[in-house]
Write a protein that binds this ligand. Structure first.
Ligand code: ADP
Length: 213
């Protein structure tokens, strides 16, 4: 399967470099009876996509990378901090009712529960709140802390972690979102300051953005 859609001319150039590489841009242009300038954008696309390599005074060569290696190479270099959303947080003193209202107002599926100084306490999903609402208790007085998943059972991401690694965490743990945190060390213990939110939507947006570029 070809993940990178090539124009017919780019496909011909790729085959030519596979057969005759290393080959200079001028030699490719001669073989195709085109000017060097006419080939510039095709060669740029083929090198930027990683299919071809280019060395000064040597020319273009086929990298031999398969499409999945190319995709992993691109996504592996993009960091959570480049694509994360702002965190939608509620205080640990909130009720289940407050959490439901915030979820509607902010139009998100996951809320991060924090202490007064912004450190993570828990995470609460749509189904957590549905379950709490079905329990028959008064949601106006039911603390959200009773509905949330709490630390240390929360799967976290950091801004300098690769999107690929964070995406694998979403899949492995079957969750929709990861709180993005800065790790603050104090003595032997660690605290986690909430700085963002990494979700499946971030991955979808990145996917579309990469294909547009
Ligand atoms: P939903 O429950 O609406 O389908 P999720 O699949 O994200 O949403 O959540 C499933 C369960 O996992 C919920 O109980 C939720 O509290 C918990 N959860 C959500 N995100 C995380 C996370 N990053 N780490 C640990 N548990 C999480």
């Amino acid at each position: 399967m070809n993940y990178i859609e090539l124009s017919p001319r780019q496909a011909i150039i790729l085959d030519m470099v596979k057969d005759f590489g290393p080959i200079t841009g001028t030699q490719i242009a001669e073989k195709l009876s085109l000017s060097r300038a006419a080939l510039r954008s095709d060669l740029a696309i083929l090198t930027m996509s990683g299919l071809l390599g280019a060395r000064p005074r040597v020319g273009y060569f086929y990298t031999g990378k398969n499409p999945s290696e190319l995709v992993a190479g691109i996504i592996g270099n993009i960091l959570v901090g480049d694509v994360q959303s702002r965190p939608i947080v509620i205080r640990e003193t909130c009720t289940v009712y407050d959490a439901i209202v915030t979820m509607f107002i902010e139009d998100v599926g996951t809320l991060i529960v924090v202490s007064a100084d912004g450190f993570i306490e828990g995470i609460v999903s749509r189904k957590d709140l549905l379950k709490a609402a079905m329990g028959g208790k008064d949601i106006n007085s039911l603390p959200v802390t009773l509905a949330m998943t709490r630390m240390p059972n929360i799967i976290l991401a950091t801004p300098d972690e690769s999107v690929l690694r964070a995406a694998q965490k979403l899949i492995n743990h079957q969750v929709d979102a990861l709180p993005v945190v800065e790790i603050i060390k104090s003595g032997t213990s660690e605290k986690y300051k909430v700085v963002g939110r990494f979700t499946k939507t971030n991955i979808t947006q990145l996917f579309v953005q990469l294909s547009n570029n």
